[in-house]
Design a protein around this ligand. Structure first.
Ligand code: SF4
Ligand code: SF4
Length: 299
């Protein structure tokens, strides 16, 4: 439901003004994403690399890529136009932590020019343990990790490869590295008091039953919210890399899974799977008002 629900008060204080974490706040506070992170270090079978990272974004959307300097300028322009702007997120179009220089340069610039804006980022988690100290040093409030499995056998059906420490891994080896790194990263964030949300993409016949186990694994490591998103297969946007003919879940299947995880921890049901350059209240897209041409023309 809306409001505090069963969140502990100290967590509620941190999230009540965050549109993505409080159903209440998402009517009143705005967020923006800046698309500064083009590269990715893993392959998800549901990804179509021509578009934004499907872990946080609707498939079939191409966001305008920005340099950290352009992004910082855009944040200032948006914050002066939309006073409810409280949160800046980096969510793609690839993996923010596969582009650490760009991601952290953006945070550095924004924390200097607009110190009141809360920072968040989303990641597939592969390099997360390497960056937890840097994330903490920029006072990043919230991190989202996309975790689709905790069993490498299932992972091998979702991830054809990961690129880790200069080497490409495939199959069960790849999925084992990924799950170990994701869970370690989650534990490290929890130990530093950084709020962590988990996104999972529900893929019928592949990880749908298994996500109840994922829910337990992330809850026991301190995640405060679990957001189960439907796989969206959109054939008009081109072939999804490795899941030809794969359907997404029905609304009833999604709700049944969310209900079977409820009681385990807080579930998020209002995520809109925003584009990597979304601007405005959730459910509202004002990104067209803030294209690079328009921003650069504002002095
Ligand atoms: Fe695509 Fe997965 Fe990389 Fe996101 S994390 S850009 S969905 S391959
Ligand atoms: Fe919030 Fe979901 Fe949109 Fe991210 S994709 S900004 S979590 S509503």
């Amino acid at each position: 439901g809306a409001g505090q629900g069963d969140l502990p008060t100290e967590i509620w204080e941190k999230v009540k003004n965050h549109p993505c974490y409080s159903e209440e706040a998402h009517h009143h506070y705005a967020r923006m994403h800046v698309a500064v992170a083009p590269a990715c270090n893993i392959q998800c079978n549901y990804c179509n690399r021509k578009y934004d990272c499907a872990n946080e974004s609707r498939p079939g959307v191409v966001s305008e890529k920005l340099s950290p300097e352009q992004a910082a300028k855009k944040v200032l322009a948006v914050a002066s136009t939309i006073p409810q702007m409280t949160v800046l997120g980096i969510a793609g179009p690839g993996d923010p932590l596969a582009n650490p220089e760009k991601t952290f340069k953006t945070f550095e610039l924004i924390s200097k020019t607009a110190p009141d804006i809360k920072l968040c980022l989303s990641t597939n988690g592969l390099t997360l343990p390497d960056h937890v100290d840097t994330i903490a040093s920029y006072n990043v409030d919230h991190v989202t990790i996309t975790i689709n499995m905790v069993d490498p056998e299932i992972g091998a059906k979702i991830y054809p490869w990961v690129f880790y420490k200069h080497k490409r891994y495939t199959g069960i080896d790849a999925a084992k590295i990924l799950t170990d790194r994701q869970l370690l990263g989650l534990e490290m964030l929890t130990a530093r008091g950084i709020l962590t949300k988990i996104n999972s993409v529900m893929i019928p016949g592949i990880n749908d039953q298994h996500l109840v186990e994922v829910n337990k694994a992330v809850k026991s490591r301190g995640a405060f919210l679990h957001n189960i998103m439907p796989l969206i297969s959109a054939p008009e946007h081109g072939t999804v890399f490795g899941l030809n003919g794969q359907r997404g879940p029905t609304a009833q299947e999604l709700k049944a899974l969310q209900d079977s995880c409820e009681g385990e921890m807080n579930m998020m049901r209002h995520c809109r799977q925003c584009r990597a350059d979304a601007v405005g209240l959730l459910g509202e897209d004002r990104s067209a008002e803030f294209t690079t041409d328009k921003i650069m023309a504002m002095e």
